[in-house]
Design a protein around this ligand. Structure first.
Ligand code: ZN
Ligand code: ZN
Length: 258
């Protein structure tokens, strides 16, 4: 879940926490978009100097809503060559977990950006998916991340390759399994043009076959989105065979039955 510091979400963490209680959740986690090394890299994340303020906002929600377990995390962009920066971020606060996400398939194009939709017209859809999954595999292999976020994000606006992507998925999920990374069932996809949870049933079936653990996320950018469509996500997980999910906390995880 996000905070207004990323410049495209609304509501304070404490508002998300109160909404979570209403929705009957017992635990939530904040994982706002991490700062980049250069503050002018893009305009949809907190500035580096705001990282402490972010942590303080989450701490405040923990104090104000003590009935709820609230985890402190980050959604960290994985770009090749950023390893030192990610290590630096990891050392600054006692994070419960990092969600590793790929948005960028080049230094200037985030595939989920509504402002860069025209890029798709100049690219071969399969090539974009291939680069994306190559980076996602590297993210899993990097060992920085407990969870890999929205694993088939390039489908957001409905750009789906006609060529079979199974080998891309297999390679990524083998890497996730090897490095003990979970993938999330992210319900935000249901609120986008693709109208589908991230990841697709096909990817989730392969994940299940590899023994890749799962978590659940609503990727809320507003309080009313907290826990949205979790019933659908649990149903999807169960229908491919999952009986358990992971619950993460600093230094480890629990396994919880669905
Ligand atoms: Zn966002
Ligand atoms: Zn994301």
């Amino acid at each position: 879940m996000h905070t207004p510091l990323c410049r495209h979400a609304r509501g304070e963490p404490v508002d998300y926490a109160r909404r979570a209680l209403q929705a009957g959740l017992t635990e939530i986690g904040f994982s706002d978009h991490s700062p980049m090394q250069r503050d002018d890299f893009d305009d949809w994340r907190m500035f580096d100097r705001q990282l402490n303020e972010y942590v303080e906002k989450v701490r405040k929600a923990q104090r104000d809503v003590p009935q709820l377990t609230i985890r402190l995390a980050l959604e960290v962009d994985y770009l090749p060559g950023q390893e030192e920066w990610i290590r630096d971020l990891a050392s600054r606060h006692p994070w419960d977990y990092f969600i590793g996400s790929v948005h960028y398939v080049s230094d200037t194009w985030a595939v989920d950006s509504p402002n860069k939709l025209s890029e798709w017209k100049h690219r071969d859809t399969y090539e974009v998916w291939a680069v994306y999954f190559e980076r996602l595999t590297q993210a899993a292999e990097s060992g920085f991340f407990e969870i890999i976020g929205h694993t088939d994000l390039p489908k957001k606006f409905g750009h789906r390759p006609t060529r079979d992507c199974t080998p891309l998925y297999e390679r990524f999920l083998a890497a996730a399994k090897k490095r003990n990374c979970a993938i999330e069932l992210n319900t935000a996809g249901l609120r986008k043009d693709c109208k589908e949870i991230y990841p697709s049933r096909q990817i989730l079936e392969i994940a299940y076959r590899h023994g890749v653990p799962i978590t659940f996320g609503s990727d809320a950018h507003a309080p009313e989105e907290v826990g949205m469509n979790f019933t659908d996500a649990i149903q999807l997980a169960r229908s491919v065979g999952y009986t358990h999910c992971r619950r993460l906390a600093r230094g480890g995880f629990d396994v919880v039955s669905l």
